[in-house]
Design a protein around this ligand. Structure first.
Ligand code: FES
Length: 238
């Protein structure tokens, strides 16, 4: 029997999950963020009805829940695409062609950065530094990293996602949907480890993952200048 007594709408079929989240927190208020991710996993974003459900479960006011939801960017307050593509627009990536990559996504998807395709599959944003400058120009798809992305890679990544084919990050991690990520975050507090590809498992420890792979998992194109020197100092050949 669920300990949840409140009348719920968005989370009415999620009482088992709510119980499991509440069991982790002696102070139930601390479950606010996981429960908001649970709403996002059901609705695709944090809806007003969902925030009311969270308030009812925790004995908070909707305003208190909204105060939390509005603070965190991973909690989405408007409908989001199944895949959020975040293209870095900061200095290292811009120097390495990041704006062309962003434009390629805009052209391929037919939308501007900051919007979502009409079919709800893709959201595109220009992101601040993703802390993967050595992989410039870099981007994330649903928070998985892609390095050394070319405009051609951009179109290819969209093609693969549209066809429902697996797309793997530079670390060999398969890109998941927004709802899947929200559910994992709600129930585990973090993203679950995912099976890695052979390429991913061969990467050196310590996060040095960028030099051997491109956005689509191939060896990096040597574009001359610094890229060429970097490839050569890594003992790679084209
Ligand atoms: S400038 Fe693009 S990841 Fe840092």
């Amino acid at each position: 029997v669920s300990i949840v007594k409140a009348e719920l709408t968005v989370l009415k079929d999620s009482k088992k999950e709510i119980d499991s989240i509440l069991a982790k927190y002696p102070n139930s208020r601390s479950a606010t963020i996981p429960l908001l991710f649970l709403v996002q996993s059901v609705e695709g974003y944090v809806t007003e009805d969902g925030m009311r459900d969270v308030a009812a479960v925790l004995g908070l006011t909707p305003a208190e829940v909204l105060a939390v939801a509005s603070f965190y960017t991973m909690l989405k307050k408007t409908p989001q695409g199944t895949y959020l593509i975040s293209v870095c627009r900061n200095i290292s990536c811009t120097h390495m062609g990041g704006r062309k990559v962003l434009r390629a996504f805009e052209d391929r998807l037919g939308i501007s950065a900051g919007s979502t395709t009409a079919d709800g599959r893709f959201s595109l944003e220009a992101a601040e530094c993703l802390a993967t400058c050595d992989g410039a120009p870099s981007l994330q798809i649903n928070y998985e990293d892609f390095y050394k992305v070319s405009p051609q890679d951009a179109a290819e990544l969209v093609d693969l996602l549209e066809k429902g084919e697996p797309v793997k990050s530079v670390a060999g991690v398969a890109v998941k949907t927004s709802k899947e990520i929200a559910r994992e975050t709600a129930l585990t507090g973090t993203r679950l480890p995912t099976e890695r590809t052979e390429a991913g498992s061969q990467m050196p420890a310590g996060g040095e993952t960028g030099s051997a792979q491109t956005a689509t998992g191939h060896r990096p194109p040597v574009r001359g200048g610094d890229s060429e020197k970097r490839a050569s100092s890594n003992g790679e050949s084209s």
